[in-house]
Structure formats: C-alpha cells, structure tokens
Design a protein around this ligand. Structure first.
Ligand code: 26Q
Length: 746
C-alpha cells in the first residue's frame, strides 16, 4: 500500500468541471492503484466464504478508511472546493437482502483487518436488491442498477473465466475481483454469467421470484453457477500449485457455506474429484468431509431449502446422481452409528423425490454452527437434534458480530473521537480496548449526550431532506430497521405506537417525553402480508403526524429505500433500538449490535443475540419484555388463543383499527387479511402465529417506561454509554477470530 503516492496523486488531481461520478471513478481508481501495491500471495491455508449474498453497501468511504487516507482525502478535496459528502449520491452495492449478506461483508472486512486469509465467492448480480419507494403508502419496487455509475472497485479477470455446464446450456463464469483492504488485502471474487442472452440471465437478479418452475430453476442455476466456478478453480488451482495429492487439499483449503444456498458445491466437489481427477467416491466424500463447514442462519421452516429431484435432474443430472449417492452413503453411515429408522429419516438427505439441503450440509460439514447462543441451542435441541446426538462434536456456536470499522469508526466519527479522548485510540485496531470505557466518568456522560444529540440532528436533517418529514431534534428516537417479516413483528410496534397515540390524544399519557418512531424495511415483492404491514404503518404515520393535538409529542416515519448507507446514519442517531422478534425466531440479529455499539439501549425480547447483549450490558441498562422461548413452548402446548389477550380496551382498539375503517388499505382487502392472520390464522399458520397479541401488553408498558426514564436524560445516557462500553464482544473481529481458531484453523 502506498499512501504517500495516493496523496501526491490526489493533490495533482484536476477537479475542475468534473461531475461527481467522474471524480468518484478517478479517485477510486487511484485508491485501487495505490492500495493494491505490494499485495502478497498467501502460501499456507486459506478460507473461502461461499455466499449468495454480499451486502457491501458503499465502498468509497470504507475503502479510503481502510487504506488509511480518508481524512487526507477529505482535506485535499476540501482545499479544492469539493465536499467529500458529495459521494453519498453513489449507489450502494446491495448484492444481498439482509442479515446473512451483511454478515458476509462484515466477515470479509474483519478478516482483512486481522490479517487472516479469508476470501469471498459470490455472484455479481447486474441488479441488486430492488430500490424501494412508496406510492400512496404502498411499497413499489424499482430495479437497482448499481453499476450505472461505474464499478471502479472491481477488476474483471477475463483470462480466468470458467465454463459451467448445465444439461441444456453452457455458461461462462467471468470473475470480477474486489479487493478487501485491511492489514492484508483479501479478495471477494464475484462471478458474472456470460455467453448468451440466456446465460446472462443467471447473474441478472438477486432472488428471482420462485413461484414458478422457471423461477425455481433459475435460482438453482445461480446456486450451481457460482458454487461450481468456485470449487472448480480451487481444485484446479491446487493441482497446479501442489499436484494431485488431494489428501493435502484440506490442509490448504477450507470452504465455509453461508447457509444452504451454496451447498450444491459439495456435490460439485465430489463430481470433479471422481470424474475429472478419478478419485473413488469414498475418497472424494471424505475429502469433502474435511473441507466444508456450514453455518445455519434460520430455523423458519419456509426458509429451509429443499430441491425437487426432478428439477435437479432436469438441468444437472450428474449432480442429482451424486447427491443420491451421498444420500445412500449417509444412510449406511447412520446405520453403523446405530440410528433407528426414524432417526435416519430425520437426517435423510433424500426422501421421496426431495433433497434436504440442510441435512446434506450437516452430514458432510466438519462443523455446523449457529449464529448466537440461543440459536445454537435450538439447533442442538430441535432442528438438528438427531444429528447432534450422533455427531456430538459437529455443532458449535459462533455468535455474530459487526465490523466496528464501518459501524462505529466510519458512521460515528464524533463518538469515535470521544472514545479516542477517553480511552486512547488503540480500540480502533484492537476492539477489546473498548472495555476500558467501563467505569466512565460523569463528564464523559455529558460529552456522550452531546455526541448523541449531534448524530440525532444529522439523522433528522437527512430524513427531512429525503422523506420530507420534519422531526424536532429534542425527540427521543426509537428505530426498528430490518427486513420486513411477520416474525420480526413490525406489526406489533405499529399497534403499540397506535396505543401511545390514542393514550396521548385522550390525555391518559399526557406527560410522555416527545418521541419519534423510525421504521425502515423492505418487503419481499411477493410477500403480501409484509407489504400490508408497510402500508398500515404508513397510514398510521399519516394520521399521527398530521394530528395537531399530538404531533409535538409523537411522530412516525417510515423511511424509503432502507439500505446499508441509511443504516449508517440511523444507528448513530437512535436512542432506542427495537428488537422485538418472537422469542426463538431471530437467529441472532446484527442490527441490534450496531445500535448497541453506537449507544442505543435495546428494547426487545429474549431472542437471538439480544440475550447476549443484555448479558453483557446488563438487563437494568436495557428494556427486556415479552414471552421467552420456554414460555412460548408452554403456551403452544396448552393451546394459544390470541383472543384471550386483547380484551383490554386499548389492545382491542389497536387490533380493530385494521378493519374498523380507521385506516384505508385502498380497497385492497390487505388489512382484513392481516386481521384474519391474527384472529383466525392464514396460510397454514395458527392464529397469531408470532404471538403479537400475547406480547403487546408488555411491549406498550415497556415503551411507556422508556419514555418516562428518558426524562432523566443523564441516567438514561449512562445506560446508553454502558452499552457502548460493553459492545466489544460484538465486533466481528471477535467472531472471525473464533471461526479462524476453531473452524478454519487458519
Ligand atoms: C431459502 C429458500 C429459498 C430461497 C431463499 C431462501 C433464503 C434466502 C435468504 C433463506 C434465508 C435467507 C436469509 C436469511 C438471513 O438473512 N438470516 C439472518 O442471518 C443473520 C446473520 O446470521 C441473522 O443475524 C438473522 O437473525 C437471520 O435472520
């Protein structure tokens, strides 16, 4: 890396008459050129992260920070009359949906920062996650043409393209390499599909609608396309460098499967070893067992991947055959282990025409990990209980983390500076130093209050500009930002806020501190009830914000097109992080960690990593409410009737507002469908499948308590700062060190 050269060249750069996009491309190219100088190839063991998603966000500021020239760039540009913030108009690279994709990006960042050789493999989608806007309160999706402004952070490698074969077509996988800057430079290699118009479709969109056979096959093609390209080049690269003694392959390579989406890589690995390199099936399978590791990110039944045999046979007959062979092999192994018929069936890879990808992953993977303590326990007790019984050493916990470089240093320069002044700046390179903030003084609390206020003002200004909603800066800021899903219970927040509104309006809650609820979420385009929830919240916002009687007390804003860059602003400016999923269903959550690190208290359920957050920062410094996993399982076994939990006037009124004409769904009938899902059940779900009405009462009470507590700003700020002081554990640097030590052995 040649910082001085970069600075020299940047000083020479002529900015006159150049557009933002031109400047962006020129400065990025310069940073690439200088940043890449002196890159070294690693000789020992490398880890590879196979993922359908990498939710990178904006690279510009982050890469300059990693290269160590962000401040200099700001100064030099400013001396030329250019405000570095103009590059905020550059689109995010949103090659992912949510948590799983963002985690992949955080992991790459941490590994590079820790000098660990971890490289990513994925797909270079032409269009990333759709851009969202609201029309009359309804979500509308627009294509995300993220490359429209150029892609200066990628290098196309034409000479390394590979041919990927399907039964009915052949496709080139052309690598685009994105350097991941840190203490070392790692590589994120994204493959683009080329060769014909048909071929190009494979890397066109993230998550094609899969309600048709064509859509399902396209997704299968995507999974195989990048998995095969990755595994193919790893094996060929090994042979080229070290010859055909494949016994040594696992000594130099470990492949982490990010959920089941790339699990087909296992079959391709065995196919190549047996067909191209002539190993026996048993030998190839054993090598696979020593090479792959698998992470599970969800236990929701609808998100567990299965493939119909006929689909795989149709476009990948050889792979189908190998998967069947693995299944037979597994069954034999289960028998020798003494499994009963039922136990073998629970772990089966193939059953009457269907492949169970998670079972395939668990059978082959050397390690299987969950992403937070509770989640891993649930995997051990439920989803993979049988496998855990017969393979007791496979399951591990690796609690997620977030990169403190993007999620603190970059998004909260003010808080970072306060930390530098209070505990020195060594936390930037060794996050465990943040522990030294524990035992902070009163004057640090005062300074923290000022920092939070600045970040809040910046956020609210941005929201006013973007959304046209003005929010007074003395508000207490709540935020619930994440993908829209019923289990995340944005609908429960909607009801709770509505109750606050009615309470304020009637005078019953007259002394609450003024507050704003910020929502941000995209719904899957075909997920009707999720879309209805967005519309419902927008309708509530319209009513509440325009009520002159209450609007100086309560505001609601649903920001459009929530993405990584928006998140950077929201996490820094928020007081209270809403993490209210049904206990047991949010595997980990990582937004909760971003908020914590920026000094928001968590108002949430005992779910996912929330549990570990309050374990560290103290329950007394956060706001925990609602049913626990144990309570819910008791409730389920007794037979849960939601109607028993909404008899109180306030809750009833909130629920009925879906159907009593308080709000309009534009005649779509969507609100009635939401109402039905809570009261009578919808699409194979029990009534109120996510226990919204059960937890609503304690949620509302907790929110009221938060508002009351906030009136004592200083005591509240102490809780917030205690959260910052205890957040080091949630840096993905810690997570990556754990993967490196007990999974990857790098
Ligand atoms: C499954 C079948 C067919 C098509 C798509 C899918 C599919 C796609 C994406 C299933 C799951 C996902 C994404 C899951 C995800 O983002 N999970 C989140 O992962 C985070 C990182 O571990 C956790 O923090 C979150 O709790 C978890 O929800």
């Amino acid at each position: 890396m040649d910082k001085l050269k970069f600075i020299e060249k940047l000083n020479e750069l002529d900015v006159s008459g150049k557009s933002t996009i031109e400047l962006y491309n020129e400065i990025s190219a310069l940073a690439m050129q200088c940043g890449l100088e002196g890159t070294k190839q690693i000789q020992g063991k490398n880890a590879y992260y196979l993922s359908m998603e990498f939710l990178i966000g904006r690279s510009f500021y982050n890469n300059l920070l990693e290269i160590g020239v962000l401040e200099e760039t700001q100064d030099i540009l400013s001396s030329k009359g250019v405000d570095i913030n103009i590059f905020e108009e550059i689109e995010d690279a949103a090659l992912g949906n949510g948590g799983l994709g963002r985690l992949a990006a955080c992991f790459l960042d941490s590994a590079a920062g820790l000098d660990l050789p971890l490289h990513g493999y994925g797909i270079r989608y032409k269009y990333g996650l759709f851009k969202q806007k609201f029309e009359n309160g309804f979500q509308v999706e627009l294509p995300d043409d993220w490359q429209g402004m150029g892609d200066p952070w990628s290098i196309r490698r034409d000479n390394e393209k590979r041919l990927i074969k399907f039964a009915d077509m052949e496709v080139y996988a052309v690598p685009y390499d994105m350097p991941v800057f840190g203490k070392r430079i790692n590589r994120l290699r994204l493959f683009q599909a080329e060769g014909s118009a048909e071929a190009e479709k494979i890397s066109e969109v993230l998550y094609p609608a899969d309600d048709t056979e064509e859509g399902k096959l396209l997704r299968l093609r995507q999974e195989y396309f990048f998995s095969a390209a990755a595994v193919g080049e790893l094996l060929d690269g090994f042979v080229k460098q070290r010859g055909k003694n494949f016994d040594k392959f696992p000594e130099y390579n470990v492949i982490q499967l990010n959920d089941t989406h790339p699990v087909i890589a296992i079959a391709e690995f065995i196919r190549l070893l047996t067909v191209k390199y002539r190993l026996t099936f048993a030998k190839a399978l054993n090598l696979a067992k020593n090479t792959f590791a698998y992470t599970n990110h969800t236990i929701l039944p609808e998100a567990l991947e299965c493939w119909q045999e006929e689909h795989i046979k149709k476009i990948l007959p050889d792979i189908a055959e190998i998967m069947l062979k693995i299944s037979v092999y597994a069954m034999r192994e289960f028998k020798t282990l003494g499994c009963s018929k039922e136990q073998a069936s629970e772990m089966a890879i193939y059953k009457s025409g269907t492949f169970y990808m998670a079972n395939l992953a668990v059978f082959i993977a050397k390690t299987v990990n969950g992403v937070a303590a509770l989640h891993t326990e649930i995997l051990k007790d439920s989803l993979f209980a049988t496998a855990h019984k017969f393979y007791p050493n496979k399951l591990q916990n690796k609690t997620n983390g977030i990169t403190h470089r993007r999620w603190l240093e970059l998004c909260n320069k003010e808080l970072s500076k306060l930390l530098d002044e209070t505990i020195g700046d060594s936390w930037r390179t060794d996050i465990s130093e943040l522990d030294n903030l524990k035992g902070f003084t009163d004057s640090t609390v005062d300074e923290f209050i000022q920092v939070k206020q600045i970040k809040k003002e910046q956020l609210l200004e941005y929201i006013a500009r973007k959304e046209g909603v003005e929010i007074p800066a003395d508000c207490l800021v709540f935020a619930q930002v994440k993908r829209l899903h019923e289990y995340k219970r944005q609908l429960m927040t909607a009801f709770a806020v509505l109750e606050l509104y009615y309470g304020i309006k009637s005078g019953r809650l007259s002394s609450l501190h003024p507050c704003v609820f910020i929502f941000g979420a995209k719904s899957a385009p075909s997920y009707k009830r999720a879309k209805a929830i967005i519309k419902f919240i927008n309708e509530i916002a319209k009513k509440v914000n325009s009520d002159e009687q209450t609007c100086d007390k309560l505001r609601i804003v649903f920001v459009q097109n929530y993405n990584v860059s928006y998140a950077e602003k929201i996490v820094a400016g928020t007081d209270v992080s809403l993490q209210v999923s049904t206990a047991g269903l949010e595997a980990s959550g990582t937004g909760n960690m971003k908020f914590m690190m920026n000094g928001a208290v968590t108002c949430g359920t005992m779910d996912g990593a929330n549990i570990e957050i309050v374990e560290r920062a103290g329950k007394e410094n956060n706001y925990i409410f609602g049913a626990t996993v144990t309570e819910l399982s008791r409730l389920k076994s007794e037979g849960y009737n939601p109607m028993n939990y909404c008899s109180e006037e306030e809750h009833r009124k909130a629920l009925e507002s879906l159907i009593d004409g308080s709000f309009s769904d534009g005649g779509s009938g969507e609100f009635k469908a939401l109402y039905d899902s809570l009261t009578i059940g919808a699409s194979w779900h029990e009534p109120d499948n996510y226990f919204v009405l059960y937890d609503l009462d304690s949620y509302v009470k907790t929110l009221i308590k938060v508002c009351q507590d906030y009136s004592d700003r200083k005591t509240f700020a102490k809780k917030q700062l205690t959260n910052v002081a205890n957040s080091a554990y949630f840096s993905s640097d810690r997570t990556i060190k754990e993967y490196a030590k007990s999974i990857w052995e790098i």
